[in-house]
Design a protein around this ligand. Structure first.
Ligand SMILES: Cc1cc2nc3c(=O)[nH]c(=O)nc-3n(C[C@H](O)[C@H](O)[C@H](O)COP(=O)(O)OP(=O)(O)OC[C@H]3O[C@@H](n4cnc5c(N)ncnc54)[C@H](O)[C@@H]3O)c2cc1C
Length: 277
């Protein structure tokens, strides 16, 4: 769940929303829905395509978003704990009960346990020498963070287009302050084919395809590349725990329902940890 802060716009450029089908996740969300850190999103939806008549779409279950930005909910959650951000862990060394995490700047620790909640590629790197044996497949993606003065009748448009998958008027979501923010997500197949292409070319093509769909010029557009956007083939287990080494791992790779899978995976790891404790 990501929000990019610009000078005069904010974009929720990662997951636009999430659903809750797991009963534990539903229960976990209740206090945040009650205090409105989370809210239901009811966008006016449409389908757009070149030379095609647009038509309205509907959703059949609640879709949630954070307020006033997608990631504010998470910031509120970890304000209660000692959390250090902006520190990329490059390796783990030490022994059970005395683990150290090494970033470029310094070593963090010692820690009794290390629980890793990074996407699979990073967990595989960090836990390579501990026989971490899970694998999963992620869909990569491209997102364009744009500004526009257009004022269409829809808030979210699913596109019938080879390049653009959907357009979201991010600034029109509840509690957002910058109405000009538009988020554009690329089609999965097109993103897979271009994930290692020249980024300036990718940005230009995505911008051109968006402008063609809108029949208008965008005020600005900046590209973001996601190497591990959404899990399309989940790991064989929801989580990984090595009680002897005192290491564990969880993340959205435990399922294919994005944010909900991240929660379900973390809860499964926590339960296993308590049962092994
Ligand atoms: C464009 C897009 C659209 C999406 N759409 C949806 C959707 O509609 N619905 C839905 O439910 N989900 C969606 N998702 C997926 C959803 O965002 C993720 O599944 C969810 O956020 C995963 O949460 P997580 O905590 O498991 O992992 P992440 O959010 O990936 O968090 C992992 C964290 O680990 C950090 N990290 C990585 N390596 C290191 C390291 N070496 N040291 C320190 N920190 C590290 C990262 O910086 C990151 O903060 C979408 C994602 C994207 C990108």
């Amino acid at each position: 769940m990501a929000t990019r802060q610009g000078v005069d716009a904010n974009w929720d450029h990662g997951a636009p929303c999430f659903i809750a089908r797991d009963s534990g996740f539903k229960q976990f969300l209740q206090p945040f829905l009650a205090d409105q850190t989370l809210t239901e999103w009811h966008p006016k939806m449409t389908t757009l395509g070149l030379n095609q008549k647009s038509y309205k779409r509907t959703w059949f279950e609640p879709h949630y978003i954070g307020q006033p930005t997608m990631n504010q909910w998470l910031k509120t959650l970890f304000a209660r704990h000692a959390v250090e951000t902006q520190s990329e862990i490059q390796s783990i060394y030490g022994e059970p009960g005395k683990w150290y995490l090494a970033s470029a700047e310094r070593a963090h620790g010692p820690f009794d346990w290390v629980l890793c909640s990074t996407p699979l590629a990073q967990t595989q790197t960090l836990f390579a020498r501990f026989n971490f044996d899970l694998s999963a497949r992620y869909q990569p993606g491209f997102t364009l963070l744009c500004q526009t003065t257009l004022n269409p009748s829809w808030d979210r448009a699913v596109c019938q287009d080879a390049v653009v998958a959907e357009l979201i008027l991010s600034g029109r979501r509840p509690s957002r302050r910058h109405p000009s923010a538009l988020v554009v997500h690329a089609q999965d197949q097109w993103a897979s084919e271009h994930i290692d292409s020249d980024l300036a070319g990718v940005e230009q093509t995505l911008r051109g395809a968006t402008e063609a769909l809108l029949s208008a010029t965008l005020d600005s557009a900046k590209l973001h590349r996601w190497r591990s956007a959404k899990v399309i083939e989940q790991a064989a287990h929801t989580h990984w725990l090595h009680p002897t080494l005192q290491l564990g791992a969880c993340c959205d790779w435990g399922g294919t329902r994005g944010a909900e899978s991240a929660f379900v995976s973390a809860k499964a790891l926590a339960t296993a940890l308590v049962n092994n404790g």
